[in-house]
Design a binder for this molecule. Structure first.
Ligand code: 3H9
Length: 699
C-alpha cells in the first residue's frame, strides 16, 4: 500500500484521498494506490459509496509529466479509470483547485462529480503536445457535448466550476469539499441512484451531426499553425461520434502514441518545465523575505505605461498613472478604457469588471502623488538623460522601501540606478508590447539590486500574470540583444538577394508569429533606428552595416503606425502588403553596396536567422546574462512569438545537434563575416560532446 493514496471511512462512505504534493500528479505509486484503495473500499462492508478527493491545494492535476519519455510503468491509467468506472459501489469525485488532464479523466471515470465553486477543470494536454490519453477525448464529449469538448480539448482552456455544472461535467457545486461530497454520496444512496458510467452516456454524441466535422477541422488546422496536437485532439474527439466507445479509446491511444513521441511534444514539455525553472534564482533563496506590494505607480501613460497599468488593475492592485499634461493623461486613460471596452464587446469581460478595473487606475499629474506607492515603474521615452531625470525625481518623492523600476528595453540599469541614492531598490522591468497581453517580463538585475527586490519582483510578476525571467544588465539584455544579430542577418539577406516577404514567409511558415520585417513594422521602425544611432559610435567599423532600414525611416515610414514601413498597410489594415517601391529601394541598395544579388534559399534564410539567435544566446549564457539556456527559450517563446512547440532557439540547437549548428556557424563565419564568430560556449560544449540541456543540468 502506498502512502500517497489513503482510505478511511466516514459513516457509510469510504473516502479515498490522493496525497502526492505539490499537485497530486498521477505518478506510478498514485495509480497503484488508487487501485489498492478502490479494492479496500469495495471490500469494506461498512462502505456503501466512495468519494475520491485530493489532499492539499488541489484535486489531481494530471499525469506525472516527469514520467513522460520513459517507458510507462504499470498500472496504466486507463486500467485504473476502468476499475473505478466498473466499481460496484457509486464513486463520487470531489474536486477543488484544479482537475486537469489525467485528473479530470479520473474524475470522468467516477460515477458522479461534485466541485467547490472556486474549482476549475480542463484537459490541457494539447499544450504539452499530446491529447488526453486516458479516455478524455471519448468521455468529455459524452458529458459536455461534442462542440464544448472540442473547444476545451483543442485549446486546453480551463473551465470554472459554474460553467462545468452547466455543461454537465460536474453534477453539483458543494460548499465544503469532503462533507459536501459525502452528503452527495449519501443522497445518491438514499435515492438508490444508478452506477452511472460516462461510457454509456451516448445521447450527446449521437445527437451530433458528423457532417459538421469537415468545416470544424479546417478551423482547427488553421488556428494550429503547424502545431500537431490540436489536430490530433480534434481527430480523436471525432471518434467519440463515429466509433463505438472501445474503438474510440483505441483510436485515441493510436494518436496519443504518435504525439507523445514527437519533437513538438518534447519541445512543449521542455517549455512547461523551463517556465517554472526560470522562477528559481540560484543566489536568491526561495525563502528570501519579500516586500508587500499593495499599490503601484507608473510614469508615462503611453502605449507601454498604459498597458503596464492595466496589468496591475487586472490583478486588483490600485495603480497611479502619472503624465506631465492633462491632455496626455486623458489620451492615455482613453486608450485604456477603449482596450477594456473592446474586451467587454468580445464578451471576455463584464462591464462590472471593467468598471472595477478602471476604478483602480487613477490618473495623476504630480510626482508627489507617487509618494506612497510600493513600486514605481518608469515607462517614459527610451533616452538615458530623460530616464535619469525621472529617477532623480523619483528618489526625492518615493517612500523608503519602494521599488523603483525602469521599463527600459536596452539601456544600462546601473547608470539609471546611479541617479538615485538607493540603487539596491532599482531594477529593470522590461515588459513587451502590448504589455497587457504579452506574458514575458524580463527582470533586469543591476549590480546593486538587492535580493529582496529581486524576490519581490519575481513574485509580483506572477501576481500580475507575467512569466518572469531574471537577466543581466547588458545592452538589450537578453531578448533584444539576441534580436539584433537576427535582424542584421535578415537585413543583410535583403541586400544579398532576398525580399522582405520571402524572409518573413520562411520564418512564419516555420512557426514564428511573424517574420522580422513584419515584426519591425509592428513595433515601430523608429525604435530600432534610434538604437542604431546610439550604437553607431561604438559599432565595429570592420563590418559592413546595411542601411535599408535607415533609408526606410528617413522616408518617414515607421511601420504600421505610419501605414508604411517595409510593407504598406492600406486603409488602416494590419495586413502587410508588398510595396514595389521598397523592393526597388532594396535592389538599388544592393547595387550601391556592390553586392551581386543571388537566389537565397529558404533553408539559408531559416539557418541564418535561427543560428544568429542561438549564437548570441550562447554568448549571453557565457557572460552570465542569462542563467540557463532554458531561460533563453522562455524569453523567446513568451516574448517574441517563437512557437512553444519548437521549444525556443536553444532547444532547437540541441534538437538539430549542437555540432551541426556549430559547423554551419563556422561555414557562415568563413563565407560571410565576423558577426558569425562562434560563441566560445558552443565550441566548448561541442568539444565535450554536451548539449545546452547538459549545460543547464550541470550548473
Ligand atoms: C496528462 O494528464 C496525460 C493524460 O491525459 C493521459 C496519460 C496517459 N506532473 O505550476 P506550478 C509541478 S498530461 C509533474 O508552479 P501552480 C511543477 O513542475 C498532464 N509535475 O503550480 C512545479 O514543480 P517545481 C496534464 C507537475 O499552482 C510544481 O508542480 N496536466 C505537474 O502555479 C508546482 O507547479 C497539466 O498539463 C504534472 N502534471 O499551478 C497540468 N503539474 O515546484 C500541468 C505541475 O519543482 N500543471 N507540476 O517547479 C499546471 O497547469 C499547473 O502546475 C497547476 C498548478 C495549474 C496544476
Amino acid at each position: 500500500m502506498t502512502t500517497s493514496v489513503r482510505y478511511e471511512r466516514q459513516g457509510q462512505v469510504g473516502v479515498i484521498t490522493v496525497d502526492n504534493p505539490p499537485v497530486n500528479a498521477l505518478s506510478q505509486h498514485v495509480r497503484q494506490g488508487l487501485l489498492d484503495c478502490l479494492a479496500q473500499g469495495l471490500a469494506d462492508d461498512e462502505a456503501r459509496a466512495l468519494v475520491m478527493v485530493g489532499a492539499g491545494r488541489t484535486f489531481i492535476a494530471g499525469a506525472d509529466i516527469r514520467e513522460f519519455g520513459k517507458p510507462l510503468a504499470d498500472p496504466d491509467l486507463n486500467g485504473v479509470i476502468e476499475a473505478y468506472e466498473n466499481a460496484t459501489k457509486p464513486v463520487v469525485a470531489a474536486i477543488h483547485g484544479t482537475a486537469l488532464g489525467g485528473g479530470l479523466e479520473v474524475a470522468l471515470g467516477c460515477h458522479y462529480r461534485v466541485a467547490v465553486a472556486a474549482a476549475k477543470v480542463g484537459l490541457p494536454e494539447v499544450k504539452l503536445g499530446i491529447l488526453p490519453g486516458a479516455g478524455g477525448t471519448q468521455r468529455l464529449p459524452r458529458v459536455a457535448g461534442v462542440e464544448a469538448a472540442i473547444d476545451m480539448i483543442t485549446t486546453g482552456k480551463f473551465v470554472p466550476a459554474g460553467k462545468a455544472l452547466k455543461l454537465g461535467i460536474v453534477d453539483a457545486i458543494v460548499d465544503e469539499l469532503v462533507p459536501g461530497a459525502v452528503a452527495f454520496a449519501e443522497k445518491l444512496l438514499a435515492e438508490n441512484a444508478p452506477l452511472r458510467r460516462v461510457r454509456d452516456m451516448d445521447e450527446k454524441v449521437k445527437a451530433f451531426d458528423p457532417a459538421r466535422f469537415e468545416a470544424m477541422r479546417k478551423a482547427v488546422v488553421k488556428a494550429a499553425r503547424g502545431q500537431m496536437s490540436p489536430v490530433g485532439c480534434f481527430d480523436s474527439v471525432t471518434a467519440s461520434v463515429t466509433l463505438p466507445f472501445e474503438d474510440g479509446l483505441k483510436r485515441e491511444r493510436e494518436i496519443f502514441t504518435g504525439l507523445i513521441e514527437s519533437d513538438q511534444s518534447k519541445a512543449l514539455r521542455h517549455i512547461f518545465f523551463a517556465e517554472r525553472e526560470a522562477l528559481k534564482i540560484p543566489d536568491v533563496p526561495s525563502d528570501t523575505p519579500t516586500l508587500p506590494i499593495r499599490t503601484a505607480a507608473i510614469i508615462g501613460a503611453g502605449t507601454m505605461g498604459g498597458g503596464i497599468a492595466m496589468c496591475f488593475a487586472n490583478a486588483g492592485i490600485p495603480v497611479k498613472l502619472l503624465e506631465m499634461t492633462r491632455e496626455a493623461l486623458d489620451r492615455g486613460l482613453g486608450i485604456i478604457g477603449g482596450n477594456y471596452a473592446n474586451t467587454v464587446a468580445k464578451g471576455r469581460l463584464t462591464q462590472e469588471a471593467m468598471d472595477k478595473r478602471m476604478g483602480l487606475i487613477e490618473g495623476v499629474l504630480d510626482y508627489d502623488a507617487l509618494s506612497e506607492a510600493d513600486i514605481i515603474i518608469e515607462a517614459v521615452f527610451e533616452e538615458m538623460d530623460i530616464k535619469k531625470k525621472v529617477f532623480a525625481a523619483l528618489d526625492s518623492v518615493a517612500k523608503a522601501g519602494a521599488i523603483l523600476a525602469s521599463n527600459t528595453s536596452t539601456l544600462d540599469v546601473d547608470e539609471i540606478a546611479a541617479s538615485t541614492s538607493r540603487p539596491e531598490f532599482v531594477i529593470g522591468t522590461h515588459f513587451f508590447s502590448p504589455a497587457n497581453v504579452m506574458p514575458l517580463l524580463e527582470l533586469v538585475r543591476g549590480a546593486k539590486t538587492s535580493n529582496q527586490v529581486i524576490a519581490t519582483s519575481m513574485k509580483l510578476a506572477r501576481t500580475i500574470a507575467k512569466v518572469p525571467v531574471l537577466v543581466g544588465n547588458c545592452d538589450g539584455f537578453v531578448g533584444n540583444r539576441m534580436l539584433e544579430p537576427y535582424g542584421q542577418q535578415a537585413e543583410l539577406m535583403l541586400l544579398e538577394g532576398a525580399m522582405p516577404a520571402q524572409v518573413d514567409g520562411v520564418m512564419q511558415r516555420w512557426g514564428l508569429a511573424m517574420g522580422p520585417f513584419t515584426m519591425g513594422d509592428m513595433a515601430g521602425l523608429d525604435v530600432g533606428w534610434r538604437i542604431r544611432k546610439r550604437r553607431a559610435a561604438t559599432r565595429r567599423n570592420d563590418l559592413f552595416w546595411p542601411t535599408v532600414a535607415d533609408q526606410i525611416c528617413e522616408m518617414g515610414r515607421f511601420g504600421q503606425k505610419t501605414k508604411a514601413g517595409y510593407y504598406l498597410y492600406e486603409g488602416g489594415s494590419r495586413v502587410p502588403v508588398t510595396d514595389p517601391k521598397i523592393e526597388q529601394l532594396i535592389v538599388e541598395a544592393s547595387k550601391a553596396a556592390g553586392i551581386e544579388r543571388r537566389e537565397i534559399s529558404d533553408e539559408e534564410i531559416l539557418k541564418r536567422c535561427l543560428y544568429a539567435l542561438i549564437n548570441e544566446g550562447a554568448k549571453c549564457l557565457e557572460e552570465g546574462m542569462a542563467i540557463r539556456a532554458s531561460d533563453v527559450d522562455v524569453i523567446y517563446c513568451f516574448g517574441y512569438g517563437f512557437p512553444a512547440w519548437r521549444g525556443g532557439p536553444m532547444f532547437q540547437a540541441d534538437l538539430i545537434g549542437l555540432d551541426k549548428v556549430l559547423a554551419d556557424i563556422k561555414r557562415f563565419h568563413a563565407a560571410l563575416d565576423d558577426r558569425w564568430k562562434p560563441a566560445k560556449l558552443i565550441e566548448t560544449l561541442v568539444a565535450e560532446g554536451r548539449s545546452f540541456a547538459d549545460y543547464d543540468r550541470g550548473r
